[in-house]
Design a protein around this ligand. Sequence first.
Ligand SMILES: [Zn+2]
Length: 432
Amino acid sequence: MTRHIVFIAASFVTVLFAPHAGAWGGPHGPITRAALDALPAWQQEVLGAERQPLASLYCALPDLVYSRADLAPYAMMDSRPGVKYLVGLHLPASPADNYALLTYFLGRAVDALRTNNVAGAARYAGTLVHMLEDWSCPAHVVPDDNMFTLFKQFLPPPEKYAHVPLHSLVESGTFTVAIDGYRPSLAGTSVPEAAFILLRRSQEGTRFARGQVVPILNALYAGDTNAWNAAQQTAACFGARLAADALYTLICLARDRFGPDEAGALQRIDLTYYAPLEAPDLYLPQAAFFSRPYWGYATVGASLRDGKTAVPLALRVSEAGRETIRVFEHGVGVGTRSVLTYLIPKDVYARFQVSAGLHAELGGSGHVRFEILGNGKRLADLSPVQGTMPAHTLDLPLAGITNLQLIATSAGGDGSGNHAVWGAPRLLKEER
Ligand SMILES: [Zn+2]
């Protein structure tokens, strides 16, 4: 069975999810079942009879903490004693908070499965997939606007919905969840690494779900049931793939069973696509803008001519004694003063590599100082790069570091050429 239909029967939702409903309501079941069906046979065997309650009950566990005292401990954290309802399990919070939640519940599930406590592992796994499914659910991803009261100001509803809280309407369609043929992907060979990779995938899920919010509301307002369901379905399928990756990784970790290709693919990680801590809700607030060479924000994968036209990232680099221009597919284009702070999983990666300099085409009149800090301590402080000077390529040790900052500041001049580039920022597991 690979297609799972979401039936929103009011009585069912009321019984199972009240009074703390929401979070996909009924769809947690079909999303989780689709994720479980995507697991390889050996993993289905590991879960055995626990697959059924995982898909029908445990995946809703964080919504049941007040009605099921027996299950509540599986949605609680040692670091928050007595706190029964963890908001972070339902709404994406800051990267650091989300990372802590992922680490804890993945870790608990892995520990339980390692001691063959399959029932305990399935309960913690239910909490784990619930949070990932909620973080990629359109109803949960508009920061601080769970009922869409602010959103209604941007997208005024017809009279019919003027006073109706929109949360459940944004997530309660009737649609199938099918990810046939999806092969779950390994997120890490240790819990901290897997939590870090799942964090990035969950951020993609949050952004993707945000992209469905306006289509869902427009369809709802227009009474277009097909479009309303379709936009929810596409987000639910994203959530199912995310949940499949989490479950797959959990069982691989507990059984120490990794394909060599899968583990090899995790040796180097591109930092470009992680949201910096300056963007706790995955967008850069005005407080994080820089002022030169234009008033704006860090741009992934491009530098901006005049602050609006994307130009590929390019740096002058010295290679074998010869200066050439290297184009970077991955990296971040910034101005001055810019600070980008990244959460780093402790002792997972041995080194950080990056090329830092002025954009080869746009930076001719620039003067920029580049600094890199690890846990607040200076790891690199480059002599200011000016005009057509070549970029620096750095390779820095990361032992013990959990917080990495990339800082670009003006080093004189009028700043009109301060198109700074962090090219190919990467975390590497292997020692030099
Ligand atoms: Zn929830």
